[in-house]
Design a protein around this ligand. Structure first.
Ligand code: PT1
Length: 272
């Protein structure tokens, strides 16, 4: 499944603030739904490395009108990318049904209570450090083991807070306190992490590790972004892909499925 990224931030790295206006944001969301996105992830505060924090009133002002309008006009799952309990509560009230929390509720414990009270879905993402400094010197023993341990511990604590494992998607947090090798190991390790019994969400779209590998600017990273999604889906690990380029990702994932499932005309199967 594909989750389309809808940034409603003026400092968004890919959209250049063009979707600040709620009407334009809703149009882009509906376009992504038409392209095959089953989730729309609305974010009013950038959490990429070095981004500036946004106060709650401003985040609400950016996010809520879009949630309301989209809930009226689409059956897609509306996800809100927020670290704040107040934003989560208001968004769930306005028609969102999934909270994408890149902080795993380190900053605001009320967020888990809001998810529990609404019976909503929850994306539990791994991050080492804080967005301001996380890329300075990321270090792990075995990154896949450590992220798995983090998921296990937080799933237990979530359950204590009233959020059942069945409400949770897991995300290794590509680019959140990770070096190139860590990011690659986590993409390769998605299948193992999915052994925790929850669907895995992967966000690699246009991220800087691709730039490091290929010397490519964000708008030149589509090929590698698609390859990651196709590879992760083929590994049996990836379930939901958070992407900017919805149409291309849906096409790439469908093509992979067709190659996997379409019978040969002579009924022989030449795959090893
Ligand atoms: C993500 C994600 C997210 N990524 C979830 N939410 C971002 N669940 C925002 C870079 O290295 O992967 N999963 N919300 C965007 N964050 C980044 C991080 C963007 C790193 C770019 C980079 O370029």
């Amino acid at each position: 499944m594909v989750m389309g990224i809808l940034n409603v931030t003026p400092d968004s790295f890919s959209d250049g603030g063009r979707f600040l206006d709620a009407a334009h944001a809703v149009d882009r969301a509906l376009e992504m739904v038409a392209e095959g996105a089953e989730f729309i992830d609305i974010g009013g505060e950038s959490t990429r490395p070095g981004a500036a924090p946004v106060d709650e009133a401003e985040e609400l002002r950016r996010v809520l009108p879009v949630v309301r309008a989209l809930a009226d006009r689409s059956a897609a799952v509306i996800s809100v990318d927020t670290r704040k309990a107040g934003v989560a509560r208001a968004a769930l009230d306005a028609g969102a049904s999934l909270i994408n929390d890149v902080e795993a509720s380190r900053s605001d414990p009320g967020l888990w209570r809001a998810v529990a009270a609404a019976g909503a879905g929850y994306v539990l993402m791994h991050m080492q450090g804080r967005p301001e400094t996380m890329q300075a010197a990321p270090a792990y023993g075995d990154v896949v083991d450590e992220v798995g341990g983090f998921f296990r511990e937080r799933l237990t604590r979530l359950q204590d807070a009233g959020v059942r494992p069945g409400q949770v998607l897991l995300d290794p947090g590509i680019g959140f306190g990770k070096g190139l090798d860590h990011n690659l190991a986590l993409i390769r390790g998605l299948k193992m992490l999915s052994g925790l019994g929850r669907p895995m969400l992967l966000g690699v779209s246009r991220k800087s590790f691709i730039g490091r590998l290929f010397g490519a600017e964000p708008h030149q990273r589509l090929g590698a972004s698609l390859a990651c999604a196709v590879w992760a889906a083929g590994s049996g690990g990836g379930a939901v892909f958070r992407v900017h380029d919805v149409a291309a990702t849906v096409q790439a994932l469908r093509m992979r499925e067709i190659l996997d499932n379409h019978p040969n005309p002579d009924a022989k199967n030449h795959t090893p």
